[in-house]
Design a protein. Structure first.
Length: 362
């Protein structure tokens, strides 16, 4: 793995502005990182859909026309168990292949990030508390945006982790992916390949870019708000500790608590849970168990919001968590990335997928 990110920028032998050959070398590096992200985007949104439609046509028994294939695919995905399994397999395949590609292209050894030095249990607890606090804050912001959209007769699709009519054999893998395998793959891709691939000249630049792509890849504004905010914290602690373990633990706990609370509300009163999602719940008609679950959820959420806010303020006041870029580091970050055409495709594509495509009329 590369050494300290700003070492090259702090050397007296390095000019503030890179020469033509160095610019070309840096652009090539950013192009490789961008290609990994493009590959993941294509695998998730295009190639996977082609495969699904092909399987759908075979499932429907007719590959003679696109209309027949579409009908077969609709029939395939109407099976809730198959739909759930597909929603897990697609990101597993796309992210696993992207991690492998990134390691090969950028010559990274991500095993070195699984070290237990550079942090303490107390640090992990603080970062996790901040992460849970951010989760609540992001949820509140998303609710405000949803109310504003509703005024214009609009709403946005988001991830659905409701049990519905799915059987246990498909629900269990869904929750295992959301709570364990998903966080692991995402940390390896975004705090591993992406962050490590960009960090050499400017750590803050690398943290922002990795957090931004991490947020956008969720492809809806609700999760973007949380993932982007959390990604900034996870990127900072990864670089400070030179380990992916603190960010992985935080990510797992944040996802798991969200899933467990969501599942508890579904088990307490599924009809009331669905009404909460649509904003039509009459609390006088909900069960006592559901009301207690909501109260405990609020206590948990706002407790961590307050405590996480305190820890975050202390961390910001202390500063020094991420090295400030030197003038040489600054000139090798954003200015050169802006010259890389592939990143325009990435941002335009993800902005469409996260903020335009999911929006529809109520």
């Amino acid at each position: 793995m590369e050494q300290l990110t700003n070492s090259i920028a702090s050397s007296n032998e390095v000019s503030v502005k890179p020469d033509k050959e160095e610019k070309k070398s840096i652009r090539r590096k950013y192009l490789k990182v961008g290609f990994v992200i493009i590959f993941n985007m294509a695998m998730f949104n295009i190639i996977s859909m082609v495969i699904i439609y092909l399987i759908g046509g075979i499932y429907g028994g007719d590959l003679s026309s696109f209309s027949a294939i579409t009908k077969g695919t609709a029939k395939l995905l109407s099976n809730s168990d198959i739909s759930v399994i597909m929603s897990c397999l697609i990101p597993i395949i796309s992210e696993s292949l992207s991690i492998f590609l990134g390691c090969k292209l950028l010559k990274l050894d991500l095993r070195s990030l699984f070290n237990r030095d550079g942090y303490t249990g107390g640090t992990v607890c603080k970062v996790t508390t901040i992460g849970l606090g951010i989760q609540t804050a992001a949820s509140l912001v998303a609710q405000i945006i949803a109310m504003i959209l509703a005024k214009f007769g609009l709403e946005s699709s988001t991830a659905d982790l409701s049990v519905g009519n799915s059987s246990a054999w498909s629900v269990i893998p869904l929750y295992l992916y959301a709570c364990l395998l998903g966080p692991l793959l995402e940390e390896l891709l975004y705090r591993g390949v992406l962050l490590q691939g960009l960090r050499k000249y400017n750590e803050r630049f690398a943290i922002v870019i990795s957090a931004l792509i991490f947020g956008l890849m969720h492809q809806n504004y609700q999760q973007f708000i949380f993932a982007f905010s959390l990604g900034l914290i996870l990127g900072a602690i990864t670089l400070k500790s030179e380990s992916i373990i603190p960010s992985l633990v935080t990510h797992i706990i944040a996802n798991t608590t969200g899933v467990l609370i969501d599942l508890a509300m579904q088990c307490a009163d599924y009809e009331a849970y669905e009404k909460v999602a649509t904003g039509s719940l009459d609390f006088t008609s909900s069960s006592i168990g559901f009301a207690v679950t909501l109260a405990l959820n609020a206590l948990f959420r706002y407790g961590f919001l307050i405590l996480g806010g305190i820890f975050l303020i202390i961390a910001l006041v202390k500063k020094g968590n991420v090295r400030k870029p030197t003038p040489a580091g600054k000139s090798r970050g954003w200015p050169i990335l802006a010259q890389s055409w592939i990143w325009y495709i990435i941002f335009i594509g993800y902005i469409y997928l996260a903020f335009i495509e999911p929006i529809h009329k109520i």
